[in-house]
Unconditional design. Structure first.
Length: 380
């Protein structure tokens, strides 16, 4: 039988019907499977950002100062370069640089052999002058007696009196020369003129010292002077008695204080700046002459005011605000700034904040008014 022969017309209509029946049965089977349940949408939880300790600033009460920035070098208020008053060989130097000395303490000794001989010679000259004076007085007395007896004239007596006057003058001169020689011998023991510290020694033992030759330098560090240059335009705001706060490299966060004691009446040539002299007490000797200081003259002080870092302020349309933290939420708080110290980076808040409130210390991406935050744990 040939399989390629066409079906008879009576059976051709049965094929589409069979296909329809199969599709219907498959659809019925699929419709009997249970439907997949629809899961409910999950509720979104607002994000909470955890802050670090450096991100939060607690408003504190502190003294706030308006300062005029200044800088300058520190110098000793009392210092001296001691020079030799006599000529002589340096026999001994008793102290070195950095050693503290008292006023009147011997620092250098010069050879005294020549000076002692000169002193002895002047003593002998004084003794001779006194002997001559005694002889002149005796001659005058004799001449006076002879005049009474009319053995000599008045001119002879006057000559005797003149001899006495000359002898008295010679005694005075010899006495003065003796004092000079005695002082020269004493000057061979060179002493410190002030209390202080030896800063420089110019001679060594064995060298020859000449008059007016520098031997050593001594400085008193108990009181220093800060010579601060101030622009002439700012001088009207500076007054004697104003306080000064400054820092010196190498002392970390230590703050030194001083007081304006003098104002130079003339501006420095070429700079148009005026030197303001600031007295600085240095009882512990921490500061040294020649150090460079930077700080400010206090023009105005607001005691114990609420203050925050300048970086916390946000200014928009002329209105100053900060981001305050309350109950774990960020709030935009309108504030009223007052005095501002740019050197310390602090500003007074006269309205809008009180001591103890917390604000964002820095600008953080993703945090704005309404954001939820978690404060750093407080260390017990």
């Amino acid at each position: 039988m040939n399989n390629d022969q066409p079906l008879p017309p009576s059976k051709r209509w049965m094929i589409p019907v069979a296909v329809v029946v199969v599709i219907a049965v498959a659809g019925g089977v699929m419709s009997m499977r249970p439907a997949k349940p629809v899961e409910p949408e999950k509720a979104t939880t607002p994000a909470v950002m955890e802050l670090a300790a450096a991100d939060v600033f607690t408003v504190v009460a502190r003294d706030l100062r308006v300062q005029l920035p200044v800088s300058g070098a520190l110098t000793a208020q009392q210092q001296a370069i001691v020079k030799s008053k006599v000529a002589g060989e340096v026999r001994e130097t008793l102290v070195a640089e950095g050693i503290r000395v008292r006023r009147g303490e011997i620092v250098v000794r010069l050879d005294t052999a020549d000076l002692a001989a000169r002193l002895a010679a002047q003593q002998a000259a004084l003794d001779d002058a006194r002997a001559r004076l005694a002889l002149a007085n005796k001659n005058r007395e004799n001449s006076n007696e002879l005049l009474k007896q009319k053995f000599i004239s008045q001119n002879a007596l006057d000559t005797s009196q003149n001899g006495v006057d000359l002898a008295q003058a010679a005694v005075k001169s010899a006495s003065a020369q003796l004092d000079i020689a005695r002082r020269a011998l004493d000057d061979a023991q060179v002493r410190s003129p002030i209390d202080g510290i030896i800063s420089k020694r110019y001679v060594q033992a064995g060298e020859k010292a000449a008059p007016d030759m520098a031997l050593f330098a001594v400085v008193d560090l108990s009181r220093l002077i800060l010579e601060a240059l101030v622009p002439a335009s700012d001088i009207p705001r500076v007054q004697v008695g104003q306080g000064v706060r400054f820092a010196v490299d190498g002392f970390d966060a230590r703050v030194f204080t001083g007081e304006v004691v003098r104002i130079n009446p003339a501006a420095e040539a070429g700079s148009r700046a005026i030197i303001v002299y600031v007295a600085v007490a240095n009882a512990d000797g921490a500061l040294k002459s020649g150090m460079y200081a930077t700080g400010g003259i206090t023009l105005r002080t607001a005691p114990q005011v609420a203050a925050v870092p300048v970086a916390t302020l946000r200014i928009k349309d002329g209105v100053s605000t900060v981001l305050r933290i309350a109950d774990g939420k960020v709030i935009e708080q309108v504030v009223q700034p007052g005095l501002r110290n740019d050197a310390e980076g602090m500003v007074e808040i006269t309205a809008g904040l009180s001591v103890g409130m917390q604000v964002l210390a820095v600008k953080l991406d993703g945090i704005k008014a309404g954001s939820l935050v978690k404060l750093p744990a407080t260390k017990g």
